[in-house]
Structure formats: structure tokens, C-alpha cells
Design a protein around this ligand. Structure first.
Ligand SMILES: [Zn+2]
Length: 102
């Protein structure tokens, strides 16, 4: 059980919020802000967003894309379609690694 109470990023003194496994026995403690930009979490969220977002765009906007009637509204919907799996993946990773309240 980690006893570290502040963020492990150099120069950051915010309260610890998440604990990520970074090796067999190593962990990284991050504050809320630095947990959001933690590389492995962001990388996985981007991968999930690209895969799931592309499938959802094909399902929901495939007919519009194939017909060539692309509008600003459809482009906005496509952007939001990619944002949803990115947000879900990020939230899930942070919730699963969140430290218990002190
Ligand atoms: Zn921090």
C-alpha cells in the first residue's frame, strides 16, 4: 500500500489521486491533473477512440459519407463520435486506478 500522499511528478505538490502500475513492482502516483495526461492512459484512449469511433462513424454516418453529402453538422457529429469512446476509456482507466479517499 503506497504511503505517498502527493503527486509523483517532479515539481507538483498536489494531492495524490491515482496510482498506476508502471512495472512489476513499481507504481506511479499522480494528482488529478497529471493523471489526465498520463501517457499510457492517453495512448490507450486514443487507440480505443480510433477503433471504436471509426466503427461507430461507419454505422451511423456511413450512408452520408458514401453519398457525398457531407455537411458541417455531419463533421461535428463525427468528431463527437470519436470523443465518446475516448472519454469512456479515459474515465474507466482513472476510475479503476483511483486511490481510496483519505
Ligand atoms: Zn501532479
Amino acid at each position: 500500500m503506497p504511503t505517498q500522499t502527493t503527486c509523483g511528478v517532479y515539481g507538483c505538490n498536489r494531492a495524490a489521486w491515482c496510482r498506476f502500475a508502471s512495472g512489476i513492482h513499481a507504481t506511479e502516483i499522480r494528482c488529478r491533473r497529471h493523471a489526465l495526461v498520463y501517457g499510457p492512459v492517453c495512448g490507450r484512449a486514443i487507440t480505443v477512440a480510433l477503433v471504436v469511433g471509426t466503427i461507430l462513424v461507419a454505422i451511423n454516418q456511413g450512408d452520408v459519407l458514401l453519398s457525398g453529402h457531407l455537411t458541417a453538422l455531419v463533421v461535428a457529429k463525427i468528431g463527437l463520435t470519436y470523443l465518446v469512446p475516448f472519454s469512456v476509456s479515459t474515465y474507466s482507466a482513472l476510475a479503476a486506478n483511483r486511490l481510496p479517499a483519505r
